[in-house]
Design a binder for this molecule. Sequence first.
Ligand code: PLP
Length: 435
Amino acid sequence: MSRERLQRRKGGTRATTAQPSRKGRRSSRAAGPSPFWGPRTYPWPDRAGKFGRFGGRFVPETLMFALEELEAHYAKVRDEPTFRAELNQLLHNYAGRPTPLYLAERVSEDVGLRVYLKREDLAHTGAHKINNTLGQVLLARGMGKRRIIAETGAGQHGVATATACARFGLPCTIYMGSEDIRRQALNVFRMKLLGAEVVEVAQGSRTLKDATNEAIRDWVTNVETTHYIIGSVVGPHPYPMIVRDFQSIIGYEARAQFAEKEEEGPGALLACVGGGSNAMGLFFPFLGDPGVEMIGVEAAGEGLGGRHAASLVAGEVGVLHGSLSYLLQTPDGQVEVAHSISAGLDYPGVGPEHSHWKDTGRVRYTSVSDADALAAFHTCSRLEGILPALETAHAVVEAMRIAAKMHKDDVVVICFSGRGDKDCFEVARLEGEEI
Ligand SMILES: Cc1ncc(COP(=O)(O)O)c(C=O)c1O
């Protein structure tokens, strides 16, 4: 937030919710989903699939053809009116977009800032993941791939994939670590109800990294018939770009909705970062606005000196799951076991475009501990009547922190990436309650 803007606000020129100029503006809810995939002036990824020095394609030879096929198919359909119309129709009528941009008044009062929540928790299946899975299922169908596989951590991407597959009648296999199966039992049950096969992965840390390894193994074996729906902005090119494009609807909607509610701002955007797809979705359409600060929040777990999942804040550059990015690794280059209270942030890597933004300084990355996230889970539930996913709760904590440096009339937008129902059993267990 610039000093000038702060001064203006203190002088009382801040827009209120009763500005007459807003009358007659079109409601974005009535307008249906806003356009995704904005102007083509943004240079990344380059032709080699890189974001600066990050990204690329570090995969076995057998997967090269499938990645090239996916890249070519996406390039062909991304601007086709029929493809866009079908996806827009699904996002609107099936997934419930646009999701509201909601001024959380009691949280705002508590935090000391005006806090808007971009309500991805209200999208069908309860998180942002559905934006990507609907898009990728259409791509799979277009390429004639009749079988779908995916990895999942928190289970939200697994549920969103199983949902899209049920909608299109495609068989679907979801890989999930045993530890995540334990803490996200509700989502496992949901996936099975939706007709998916859930394959338990008992190797390694038994979390998202290991589930991803198994999904890649399956893909290498069945690549001719199978499309792998990666759940975040990670993996080899073109996945980080495709997932970013499908998720950027979050930011395009938020931008339009924000302009209807406020005269200027937002001062900052906040989002949790696991692989980085909800943050990417919110941030991407605001990249060209130098006045908008962007903050990605990783999981500090038990603290950065102990077990955590803060790849950008505390990692080193290396290769994981097909691309070059920051990741947690030992001094001799082995991937380290990540830890977070939230299964969706419990991943030792991060999307390559985030690594690029870290290096350029466009986005600031920080981290929040398990204990603070758990406290924010309760605060947000009690004050606003909205249970955040434990992943989302990390971003809420950062809003509380930056408030100290901002004016109470400053405005921030949090990507409210998902609902907390899935986490109730785990929170109860951690707090010694039986349900
Ligand atoms: C609700 C929710 N938020 C955030 C995440 C983290 O993923 P990403 O960083 O790709 O948005 C997950 C992952 O499962 C999730 O379920």
